[in-house]
Ligand binder design. Sequence first.
Ligand code: LRH
Ligand code: MN
Ligand code: MN
Length: 388
Amino acid sequence: MTELAAVKAALKTQAVETPSWAYGNSGTRFKVFAQAGVPRDPREKLDDAAKVHEFTGVAPTVALHIPWDKVDDYAALAKYAGERGVKLGAINSNTFQDDDYKLGSICHPDAAVRRKAVDHLLECVDIMDATGSADLKLWFADGTNYPGQDDVRERQDRLAEGLAEVYARLGEGQRMLLEYKFFEPAFYTTDVPDWGTAYAHCLKLGTKAQVVVDTGHHAPGTNIEFIVATLLREGKLGGFDFNSRFYADDDLMVGAADPFQLFRIMYEVVRGGGFGAESGVAFMLDQCHNIEAKIPAIIRSVMNVQEATAKALLVDRGALAAAQREGDVLGANAVLMDAYNTDVRPLLREVRGEMGLDPEPLAAYARSGWAEKIVAERVGGRQAGWGA
Ligand code: LRH
Ligand code: MN
Ligand code: MN
């Protein structure tokens, strides 16, 4: 195989998971601008996700958020997805929207609230059994707002205890992916604020516990690709929640704010053996499309990930290693920048053609009439999450 053929073959195996909540209405705490035609239930979210996969060919799974995607029969929901050519992916837990969670969930000072939170996580594993999902994605809004509010160390003990109970419930082939976030909604301490804390808990738990890097969950200026390289080296990178940010957890389209950062991350992924199904690294989007059309925005996001991946795969690793060995600072940098500055759009058009797809997913989606159909048929779309 020529090198280009190998790059194309790798791109055809790419899988980007889209989040059910990105298909619903969303907004800021100031206003949700409702869009016509948004899904009214989990099945309609899957219908839309199936369209993203149909036109991109690389978005075969859909993440659920419980209880936002609560249904009576999860096996039936998985079957419904399969009939549309997609599968259910990670099950995302939700321990942040009940009044009981004001002081936290799994780290709450009251054992009864901790019990409720852990029971929810166990229920999520039951759902994984029914859907065939491999990953339980955990994000905790737990933290404190004021110094002295709670015992920070004890909160870590409570976290470890709750996680251990859920870990013990995981079945064969199931994993727990722990997401960190440096602040929000808590403003003084957060119980899982960074990759180090997540890593320490996952290391204690065992091989089925891994860390998720949500690209929007770091302080400005954080070198995310270094974190990626380190976690991969330690065998603890479970996956990504991709999105982009200018300020905080903006949840904008991945690759929109800083495509160069996305490239640098994907280069470390490729370099560290994190690309490809056997690596176990899950590539998921975690975004909200507050003002832009949702399905095209998700298609665009998937394409942005593809472009960054193609550039990362095009890095001349041999030339880079040689320049690095020689201490050729500018030469090494130039090898990386050459790949980044390559226009990979023609290559991706070819890849899509070879996959039997339209080379231009956005144009093909626009021509398909799906947007008009859902606006006509779906009246009363709901907000992502709360009540959806
Ligand atoms: C938290 C988060 C987490 C949630 C999702 C809706 O900010 O990134 O992944 O589950 O947003
Ligand atoms: Mn996330
Ligand atoms: Mn987030």
